[in-house]
Design a protein around this ligand. Structure first.
Ligand code: TEU
Length: 583
């Protein structure tokens, strides 16, 4: 067969049997797990206060097990005034009372572990809350905390006697990245909100504190970390330098983060030293997962976080290319999908492991970004590619962005842009409560209100309805989670036999096993495609349908049917998973 092969992990010329032996012996658990992101405020509320909590999550442990995910990653659950909904931590080793107690945490960990599921926590090292004891003391210049944060004198004073920040650096959330502290008569730096002052990683004590925090949670038996906003960890030491205006950004608002480029505030070389220190700590425990969150257009910068064979860093930096390459449906085509997959695989260092992220709490829901018709096809894609898929809660049932009015808007990123523009920036629409059933508040709470509105579509779009339906996003997801454990997916090879504007296909195959072919129609129209005409390799004349998108109700593609690959019909956005004997 003439095709281009990608085998991220295994030697090309080994026999299938030997490959399996190596794989069984060596592959870490997170190669086979699906990582499922729970946004704790929005998953399940046991207390009735309208915000999700740990007991609520624990009550859904059976659901998660049955879903077929292996690892549960929780967005921050630590003590927090909730200015950025937990990403502003006031005590890194205490549980936020809104979410419960340390006993609830232990019970949740046990509930997951008892079911063979793993638990990964969010680690937010770049900043703390301004209500953290360290910052309160630092603001008073109390030792040893005085230099725990990035403090700077004003560049001068304006005509009204107001202090001028040391440079033009901007906050990711809009506006100056410097806030004046009366008490200390200095500015402090915050890459995000003023309520999220950046920690000073040039201070050894800060580095030690953070290491101890990692150990604290590892000693509690968690299985790894997702590390937040890693590229922001260091800034240049010389604070006198302005960041340059970004060329061709198209951003007009001078207070928008996008209008500057950021040579002095992200991806500084020192960051990798610190990540290495964390890796070393994690390696003192058996098989802990380290995922880093790194959002950057520069793929080379992203890949650096994998490290190398001699200096391994994260197990993977999140792969956001499936979010970032296509902001909407019109950007999506078979060819563009192939480019996005290749961009990761071709740049990933030798011997490293890929991952695929379709959505998270900072981005719109998959169905809203691309179109609901593509939900199943995209789940098929990320769950069947080689690599670790990351699923944001609710994506398994195809939740879509909810309408959140200006009055209801909670997200500080949205609020910072004001009533006119909040919709472009608010992350709330993708953070609404999980839709469990058709009862009040979608079964998310027994209380009288919820922190964000429940999507109005919950009466029909919910877990219970999809469990009962003959076909549903949920049923497809579960089937995929089961299928991906089979050898052609777990340890097989990958090829892309047909890539056109409207069609994309992925073949997973392994000597001695049946081959699986996923065919996707990326267009918004029905498609009839002759795979043989377009294929860059030999394909059999027919194949058996294994799974199809919920939108396809044709007689010819009922699972189990034999379809002719010369005249394959797909509805708009469909994913069709086919199987044929090894050939
Ligand atoms: O997000 C980090 C974040 O905002 C960056 O990835 C950002 O998009 C990029 O640097 C802009 O170029 C994390 C969390 O996911 C988010 O929810 C938090 O608000 C943020 O950190 C602050 O902790």
């Amino acid at each position: 067969m003439a095709m281009s092969l990608k085998r991220p992990q295994l030697e090309e010329n080994l026999t299938a049997e030997k490959r399996h032996k190596i794989k069984r012996k060596k592959a870490p658990w997170w190669h086979s797990d699906i990582i499922y992101q729970v946004y704790p405020r929005s998953f399940c509320d046991s207390s009735g206060d309208g915000t999700g909590d740990l007991k609520g999550i624990a009550s859904k442990a059976d659901y998660l097990k049955e879903l077929g995910v292996g690892t549960v990653w929780l967005s921050p659950i630590f003590s927090s005034p909730m200015a950025d909904f937990g990403y502003d931590v006031a005590n890194f080793t205490a549980i936020e009372p809104l979410f419960g107690t340390m006993d609830d945490f232990d019970a949740l960990r046990a509930a997951l572990h008892d079911r063979g599921l793993r638990l990964v926590l969010d680690f937010v090292p770049n900043h703390s809350s301004d209500e953290h004891e360290w910052f309160v003391k630092s603001r008073r210049k109390e030792e040893p905390y005085a230099d725990y944060y990035i403090w700077a004198d004003p560049k001068g004073f304006d005509e009204e006697g107001q202090p001028i920040p040391p440079n033009n650096w901007l906050s990711v959330f809009r506006g100056p990245a410097w806030t004046w502290a009366e008490e200390r008569q200095q500015f402090y730096f915050h890459q995000f909100l003023a309520k999220q002052p950046d920690l000073n990683f040039r201070n050894q004590r800060v580095r030690d504190e953070m290491k101890n925090i990692l150990k604290f949670w590892l000693d509690k038996g968690i299985d790894g970390f997702r590390i937040d906003a890693i590229k922001h960890l260091f800034e240049v030491a010389d604070l006198s330098q302005d960041e340059p205006v970004a060329k061709n950004s198209g951003v007009e608002d001078p207070m928008d983060y996008g209008c500057l480029s950021h040579p002095f505030t992200v991806n500084q070389p020192e960051t990798f030293e610190v990540v290495k220190e964390w890796r070393d700590i994690m390696d003192q425990y058996p098989e802990k997962l380290m995922m880093v969150e790194m959002w950057d257009r520069d793929i080379g910068e992203v890949m650096k976080y994998y490290g190398s064979d001699s200096v391994p860093l994260a197990d993977f930096p999140f792969n956001f290319l499936l979010i970032d390459s296509f902001r909407n449906r019109s950007d999506l085509s078979g060819a563009a999908l192939k480019d996005a997959l290749d961009l990761w695989m071709d740049n990933m260092p030798e011997g490293k492991w890929p991952n695929w992220v379709l959505g998270n709490h900072d981005n719109g829901r998959v169905g809203s970004r691309f179109g609901e018709d593509l939900i199943d096809a995209l789940n098929m894609l990320v769950l069947l590619l080689p690599g670790t898929p990351v699923t944001y809660y609710g994506e398994e049932i195809g939740m879509v962005d909810a309408t959140v009015s200006w009055e209801e808007t909670q997200d500080p990123q949205g609020r910072h842009y004001g009533r006119e523009k909040y919709l472009e920036h608010s992350r709330d629409p993708a953070r609404t409560p999980m839709q469990w059933d058709s009862s009040a508040f979608a079964g998310f709470t027994k209380g009288k209100s919820t922190w964000l509105p429940v999507n109005k579509n919950y009466k029909t779009l919910n877990v219970q309805a999809q469990s009962r339906a003959d076909t549903s996003h949920l049923k497809i997801y579960k089937e995929l989670a089961r299928l991906r454990k089979r050898e052609p997916f777990a340890g097989g090879r990958t090829a892309y036999p047909v890539v056109t504007r409207e069609a994309f296909s992925v073949l997973r195959y392994l000597e001695g096993y049946e081959s699986y072919l996923l065919v996707m129609n990326t267009s918004e129209e029905e498609l009839e495609v002759d795979l043989h005409q377009h294929a860059n390799m030999e394909l059999p004349p027919t194949a058996e349908v294994v799974l199809r998108s919920v939108t396809d109700t044709a007689e010819a593609t009922v699972p189990g049917s034999e379809v002719n690959l010369s005249e394959l019909k797909l509805v708009a956005g469909e994913g069709l998973l086919l199987r044929f004997a090894e050939f």
